[in-house]
Design a binder for this molecule. Sequence first.
Ligand SMILES: Nc1ncnc2c1ncn2[C@@H]1O[C@H](COP(=O)(O)O)[C@@H](O)[C@H]1OP(=O)(O)O
Ligand SMILES: [Mg+2]
Length: 486
Amino acid sequence: MSSVYVPTAVHTGDKLKRALKRTLDDTPRQNHQTTIDGGRRMFVFARLVAYVHSLVPAPLYPAFPPMPPSSLQLPIYLLLSLLILAISFIPISTLLSRSFSRLSQISSHLRPAPAFPSCTAPPLATNRTFSTMAYEKELHTALLAVQRATLLTKSVFSSHSKGTLSKSDSSPVTIGDFGAQALIIASIKHVFPDDEVVGEEDADDLRSNSSLRDLVWDLVQSTKLEDSDAETAIGGPVATVEGMLDAIDGGRSRGGREGRIWALDPIDGTKGFLRGGQYAVCLALMVDGIPTVGVIGCPNLPVDDTAPLDSFIGTDADDKEGKGVLFGAVKGEGSTSRPLSNGALQPPTPIKMKPLEDISQATFCESVEAGHSSHGDNAAIASKLGITKPSVRMDSQAKYGSIARGAGDLYLRLPVSKTYEEKIWDHAAGVVIVQEAGGKVTDAWGKPLDFGIGRTLKENKGVVAAPNAIFPRVIDVVKEVLSAKQ
Ligand SMILES: Nc1ncnc2c1ncn2[C@@H]1O[C@H](COP(=O)(O)O)[C@@H](O)[C@H]1OP(=O)(O)O
Ligand SMILES: [Mg+2]
């Protein structure tokens, strides 16, 4: 009768062994072998238990674990059980500790531990629960920081005097660029004090020019979100002029492939900003060189994504209704857009690139500035793809946001200059938003953009973004056009 237990125990040992083998098929060979050894020892253990059980008359222990009755069998049972336990303890504990360390290895890959455990999560001012979302706090902080900075840029946009300077490379910079950079870096440093920031601007000009510094300080001091919870979540006002200058200089990181580095363009498309066209406030978190969180605030884009792409281009009426979009994305979590607000975040709407069956129906976006992207090459590519619609010319990363929400389809940025190196802050946020909306972004030769080699994309030339389904066809044609020029 007691033999009933033998097949059951043997079967259990066998099943366990097979299950372990299956589950750990992807573990490195060495671990795998140890695990199988552990399985074997457990199998032996199961057989020994069965054997001990067989010494006890079955009718006397109907339930498991059995209680041996006789005075002779009891000490034998106890002795053997102790022996078996001793033999089994080491392999079982080894097996368990290996499994736990493997699990913690896997979970550390899934979500790098936040570097700032002391920070409490700010309240979410949205109608979506992000409770299980990776980089929830980073996204929320970036959305609020960008939203606050757009309040500052809008006030400069609608004023006639924009405090424009010419940088050493003759590109324009305004008091809006400095003010937005100060506010955003102050927010990042408040919530994530150990993170680095690669920001487009520095405070050298402000340190040497007190009237310019005062203009920027007035702006920074007077800009705040109308919702006090939102304002507090990103650190409240910048306390002193020196604090403002330090915040701006907080963007001097050299970038790199390790750790958490934010890429910030406080006003992308400054020429568009000065012209009364599109511009964008762009912020991305790169983790180990990979753009992971992206936020773009576009104060002049129409909220309605079915509105013509150029609805607000060339207008500088700041009070126009239905203007202002905030895009956000986290790698692996999708992209969203929401109307920009002056206070708490508005509810987000998921966005996707337009499914495009016929590539000839595509709308492509390109820079307004012919010096930033070759209009001629872009047109040659469009023509080879059979595209007949004229391009939509738009400044800034508003192009990435526009194609991500299906208001356009392709973004072509064919290089003009052989020596120009694209800046990481001009693309990092847009790349996450397009990828998460179902698109692919590479350079003009189809190479992935490498954000891990410093402040520029020096290993890349040009940029092409398109929906995943048509990307291979688009990049083939781009390469054809580039090769013909060589
Ligand atoms: N020769 C160039 N090729 C590509 N991009 C450029 C070039 N010169 C400047 N840029 C950058 O293009 C970005 C604007 O792009 P877009 O034309 O899509 O709006 C700006 O950040 C600008 O940098 P910067 O701000 O240093 O002038
Ligand atoms: Mg820029």
